[in-house]
Design a protein around this ligand. Structure first.
Ligand SMILES: O=c1nc[nH]c2c1ncn2[C@H]1C[C@H](O)[C@@H](COP(=O)(O)OP(=O)(O)OP(=O)(O)O)O1
Ligand SMILES: [Mg+2]
Length: 206
């Protein structure tokens, strides 16, 4: 049996973010793999996201939780990169308005930071780095992005995080106005997960 095969078809998702958990459950549905999030474990070690890149933080999350659970573990480190803000909030997206900031507070801070900046200069991208850690193996990772613009006020009720401010010109909608399946088709996270499936497919089929 290959080391990266999922024992008992369980994979741990190293996050407590309910929005991410929901999206990953949809991405894995029908594959016969059970996704366990950190909500299903007790005494989970605290992970300080002190890396200097999405990759470093994702690998730290995946490896810490893999050591703790001894199960194959996926971690997602993601965020919003805004050109007019020199790449901010970037890897600090979750903590943009403070350590325990709500999505609402982060969105407000983003709107203030971009006040007065015209539409064509509000270009941004979501980035997701997914790290996959297995006991005694080198961690692998993939990254993907989706490009859009930051609106001047929120639109839509779905999704999470910065979704209500993130406008997709091709669709004429914000991320928060998309059906969850459509978001997974076009999102940074959905695209990165399909890359990871592709990478692992060969190994799981051996
Ligand atoms: O599809 C998305 N739609 C909207 N916003 C998003 C998305 N993807 C990431 N984001 C934002 C939310 C959060 O402000 C930050 C992720 O921060 P990040 O540290 O990776 O996640 P987190 O702290 O919420 O959960 P955890 O670290 O336990 O996985 O980027
Ligand atoms: Mg985080």
């Amino acid at each position: 049996m290959n080391n990266r095969q999922a024992p008992n078809n369980k994979i741990v998702l190293a996050t407590k973010n309910q929005g991410k958990i929901q999206e990953f459950k949809t991405l894995f549905s029908g594959l016969g793999i059970e996704i366990l999030s950190l909500k299903e474990f007790e005494n989970v070690p605290e992970i300080i996201e002190d890396g200097t890149s999405f990759e470093e933080n994702a690998k730290k999350k995946a490896e810490t939780i893999c050591q703790f659970t001894r199960l194959p573990t996926i971690a997602d480190d993601s965020g919003l990169v805004v050109d007019a803000l020199a790449g901010a909030p970037g890897i600090n997206s979750a903590r943009y308005a403070g350590e325990n900031a709500t999505d609402e507070q982060n969105n407000q801070k983003l709107l203030h930071a971009l006040a007065g900046i015209p539409k064509e200069k509000r270009k941004a991208r979501f980035v997701a780095y997914l790290a996959f850690a297995v006991p005694n193996k080198e961690t692998i990772g993939v990254e993907d992005i989706v490009e859009g613009y930051i609106l001047e006020s929120p639109r839509g009720q779905r999704g999470f995080g910065y979704d209500p401010l993130f406008y997709l010109p091709e669709l004429g909608k914000t991320m928060a106005e998309l059906d969850p399946e459509i978001k997974n088709q076009i999102s940074h996270r959905g695209k990165a997960m399909r890359r990871l499936f592709h990478l692992l497919k060969g190994e799981w089929e051996q």
